[in-house]
Design a protein around this ligand. Sequence first.
Ligand code: FPP
Length: 256
Amino acid sequence: MTATVQEETQDRYAPADPSGLPRHVAIIMDGNGRWAALRGLPRTEGHRNGVKTVRQIVRRAGELGIQYLTLFAFSSENWSRPHAEVKFLMGLLRAYVRSDLKDLRESNVRIRVIGSRDGLDPGILSLLEQAEQGTADCTGLELVLAFNYGARDEMVRAVRQLSLEVARGGKQPEEITSADIESHLDTAGLPDPDLIIRTSGEQRLSNFLLWQAAYAEFYFAPMHWPDFDCSAFEEALSCFKNRERRFGGVGAAVST
Ligand code: FPP
């Protein structure tokens, strides 16, 4: 790798903040159903309490000066859940955007939605677009909602788009670079996540940001999402601070 490419790579992933805060945190909010089951409650109560955690973590991330927070709100595979649960989750997302949009705007939070918009209920689609447009001039935390998102689906859509460009003669196959792939992903323009957190003790990516996670640090929190509070979040951030990121290199200790 040339020095320039190496600098670019480090710029994409290295925390911008000298305090060691990750620039971009992405979270798989897992365990709502188990949280509810442990209390003898319906799964929907777990999701309802999960929204309370969303509010707390979004607020704290903004206060701390984290620049990007991506939340896995609904995956392209979540449609296979019972119809009533899917309907409830859609209702929760709708209610969240309706009730919190004004506060988010006042807190200078900019919303961006990633995931496939094909076939989405027109009411949800227009609400999500309203959230993006209504916060487009905010300059604080960028809250990225992964909704109807699946990383393989995102990559398939990107490859289809690039293939079209090749077929139309705008580009030769051998000219395709990783920057071209990135610019066709839903996350185009966002830095890759520095830290990916998953709650509830599960240790897998579940089709989340597969391309973007290439050099992410992972943190697996044991508690279920509704119990993931600000102190658990800060614990994850503090753990991140102590990670040594090498981006395929050898690290500071042996770099001379
Ligand atoms: C995983 O728990 C959680 C989800 C599939 C949905 C996450 C959604 C929310 C927290 C609420 C809506 C989000 C926003 C941004 C307003 P699970 O149901 O898979 O839990 P389990 O593994 O214990 O069954």
